[in-house]
Design a protein around this ligand. Structure first.
Ligand SMILES: [Fe+2]
Length: 263
């Protein structure tokens, strides 16, 4: 049996279900819910890496993450997001963003599977629904935003946290840049598609770029659009990068997450 319980204001939903028993019909229900709520989480999943990858492939082609190494030779598709109790500085992804927006074809979905977590409530992932953020814009602002693109860089404001992790993995960093429309239409619904962690500027001739940036960032992450997801061990979450912003929250402790991004 599969049970879906939406969070308040439909910002994400919990799915009570054992992924190992996935049927075609279940998958359709899950995909529909993902499109509707933007983020789904499944508690108590006993998945090894092989089954995790198998589940991920149901949502599309697995993307290569250009900035971190894979889990192992056998499972290069999984990247490890790890924080040790001794780590200083911000966590990986500690500012609202959408993943890899600085690439030409950013991954549609991101999955995290928790292998080791600190105490409950200590290392949540925050989400902000960009469907709701769009809906709450004024008519004039909607019109304005439909016409412009954002230019994004892997060296944007959030890159400090990536640099820390990359240093550990010993890889060189090459700057990646791309531009995308600020408003995205997904299954006939509009969402603000702008990553505060990566935005450098806008493409069109806007007089006061900084003012628009400030307005957009403040608006995108208003409390009323947000849900904070607590983690427990063996919990899997998947979200739509096109309609959800996310951020890691600061914490001190040991945590290991296995991450897969889907094109
Ligand atoms: Fe992220």
């Amino acid at each position: 049996m599969l049970k879906i319980t939406p969070n308040k204001k439909n910002i994400g939903a919990e799915v009570v279900f054992d992924i190992k028993n996935l049927s075609k019909k279940d998958l359709l229900i899950i995909k529909k819910a993902l499109s509707e709520y933007g983020m789904l989480y499944f508690k108590k999943q006993k998945l090894n890496s092989k089954l995790y990858i198998k589940f991920a492939k149901n949502f599309g082609k697995i993307a290569k993450y250009p900035r971190l190494k894979g889990l192992s030779k056998k499972y290069p598709q999984i990247t490890v997001v790890q924080r040790k109790v001794t780590d200083k500085g911000p966590s990986f992804g500690e500012q609202f963003h959408t993943d890899s927006i600085y690439t030409k074809k950013p991954p549609r979905f991101t999955m995290l599977f928790s292998k080791l977590v600190p105490k409950k409530g200590k290392a949540n992932t925050d989400f902000s629904s960009q469907y709701i953020a769009y809906k709450n814009l004024s008519k004039t602002m909607k019109k304005k935003l439909h016409k412009i693109k954002g230019i994004y860089s892997s060296e944007g404001p959030i890159s400090l946290t990536t640099r820390e992790r990359v240093k550990e993995k010993g890889r060189k960093i090459k700057e990646l840049k791309s531009s995308h429309n600020i408003i995205k239409k997904i299954n006939l619904k509009c969402a603000i598609y702008c990553s505060p962690g990566h935005l450098m500027s806008f493409t069109t001739n806007i007089k006061n770029q900084d003012r628009l940036k400030k307005f957009l960032f403040n608006h995108q992450i208003k409390k009323k659009f947000r849900f904070s997801l607590p983690w427990e061990k063996n919990q899997l979450a998947i979200w739509d990068n096109r309609s959800m912003l996310h951020q890691a929250t600061p914490f001190k402790g040991n945590r290991i997450m296995h991450r897969i991004t889907i094109q």
